[in-house]
Write a protein that binds this ligand. Structure first.
Ligand code: PNW
Length: 467
């Protein structure tokens, strides 16, 4: 009988700015998201993360909910400007204390903490000095990572470095939809991205050199995964290439558009992951980008490719492709009226099998799915219940494909559902609910959605309730 392996880790994920609130207490300074939320028209419902789930005060209660769910692991991120109000230099003990309490509280309930160093909330003080455009950021981030390792690695074994540079550089510095809302040209954006890769490398070295106990670490990537429309060698090969291609212009996208928005060279996997895992930028990307490629040295590529232990993948949606004699591949249109989430992202569970397969073939590293889930417009019924059958269907079908990866002995290590609870969904504010726990943002009351009870039994049965 097919199953998830016994040591497979069942978890859930959040990020600091999306849940903590308390943005202005105990020495925390502004991040670029605090600033961005104040900007007119940046956030759909004019909200911010100022209160969010007030997890900064409710953390004990929230750990209780995790325990009730039966979570084996919890992936959360650390607010850089709580730890270092100036981004570098002085360390804020009150910030350290908060995460000390959280880590100890988790361990007490036998929930393994998985720390993400950075989930988009760059200290504003560093943005004021150029942020990711300033090459010094590699050093600043290394220093920050060193502090976290020094303080927490006695109790925390598993670490992730940067969450989705595709988003915080691609969407934050190039498209402009996320903080800090810059619209740099491709060349400038790729240079900023190069600095973020260097920062990743520096952080891996700093984490290891300050570690009190052996640690494991890896990056977290996202993107839009191509999968074969039919499972045959030609389509598989086409989908592999479509997944790892760097897209130069709209013309060479073969009908593939990202959420109906034309894709751009900042939205792909290989440009971000090849340097880390293979030690060089992808040939195909260098060709497509020509003189827009960043400047780099061999020594920098060595820092970037500092060996890591695993690869984190945040998987939400993908697209089917077919092989084509003339252009190699093209995106097969989804049927009219195909299943969509509230965000209008297509339901494409196939990616949970194909992404781990393609990533393992290319990079030969164990894989965690560090985020997966969907937004729905859930509400509380009269009887204080939240019925979210679509989310249960979504999770079931995605996890079935993930289990297929396990059946084929791909080294998949675990699964972190996005998200533990409804939270501040960036520029969408509170209008997209990704949680399996419902949050009433007025009263701060939490309530298990039906999907939370379903996930509880999924964890308990190690996925046997999927069939
Ligand atoms: C992730 N895409 O972002 C983030 O890590 C979370 O903080 C966020 O809440 C979650 O997904 C839901 O949006 C992504 O366009 C944003 O493919 C966009 C994409 C993927 C991930």
């Amino acid at each position: 009988m097919s199953r998830f392996k016994d040591d497979f880790i069942w978890g859930a994920a959040t990020s600091a700015y999306q849940i903590e609130g308390a943005t202005n207490v105990d020495g925390r300074t502004d991040s670029i998201w605090d600033t961005f939320c104040r900007g007119k028209g940046n956030i759909r419902d004019y909200s911010s993360g100022e209160v969010a789930c007030n997890h900064y005060e409710n953390w004990q209660h929230d750990i209780g909910l995790m325990e009730q769910l039966g979570l084996q692991a919890y992936r959360f991120s650390i607010s850089w400007s709580r730890i270092m109000p100036n981004g570098c230099g002085e360390v804020n003990q009150a910030g350290i204390d908060f995460y000390d309490r959280l880590i100890d509280g988790l361990l007490e309930k036998k929930i393994k903490p998985y720390i993400t160093l950075f989930h988009w909330d760059l200290p504003q003080s560093l943005e004021d000095r150029g942020g990711w455009q300033n090459a010094d950021i590699a050093r600043w981030f290394g220093e920050y990572a060193g502090v976290l390792s020094e303080r927490f690695s006695d109790r925390v074994e598993n670490w992730f470095t940067l969450n989705e540079p595709q988003c915080f550089i691609g969407l934050g510095y190039h498209v402009g939809s996320k903080a800090p809302g810059l619209q740099l040209d491709v060349k400038e954006s790729l240079q900023a991205l190069h600095h973020s890769l260097l920062a990743h490398g520096h952080s891996v070295r700093a984490l290891r050199s300050n570690a009190k106990n052996p640690i494991k670490v890896g990056p977290v990537q996202t993107g839009t995964v191509a999968y074969p429309f039919e499972n045959n060698p030609a389509y598989k090969e086409a989908a592999y290439r479509a997944t790892f291609n760097v897209h130069g212009s709209n013309e060479d996208n073969h009908g593939y558009y990202q959420w109906k928005v034309p894709v751009n060279p900042l939205w792909n996997f290989a440009w971000y992951a090849d340097p880390i895992f293979l030690g060089h930028y992808p040939e195909q990307g260098l060709e497509v980008l020509g003189n827009k490629a960043p400047k780099f040295t061999d020594q920098e590529m060595e820092i970037i490719s500092e060996p890591v232990d695993y690869c984190g993948l945040n998987l939400y949606s993908g697209f089917p492709v077919v092989a084509d004699a003339e252009c190699g591949w093209y995106a097969k249109e989804r049927p009219l009226g195909n299943p969509l989430t509230a965000f209008k992202w297509s339901m494409t569970p196939e990616i949970m099998y194909w992404a781990p397969k393609f990533f393992y073939e290319r990079y030969k590293k164990p894989i965690y799915i560090t985020e997966n889930g969907m937004s729905a417009h859930d509400w509380l019924s009269d009887s204080d219940k939240v019925s979210d059958p679509q989310r249960i269907e979504f999770l079931k079908s995605y996890l079935k494909y993930y289990r297929r990866a396990s059946d084929e002995n791909l080294p998949i290590k675990g699964y972190f559902l996005w998200s533990l609870m409804d939270n501040f969904e960036w520029e969408q504010g509170y209008e997209e609910r990704f949680g399996i726990i419902y949050v009433d943002f007025e009263s701060q009351k939490r309530c298990f959605k039906d999907s939370a009870y379903w996930y509880q039994s999924c964890i308990k049965t190690k996925g046997k309730n999927l069939f």
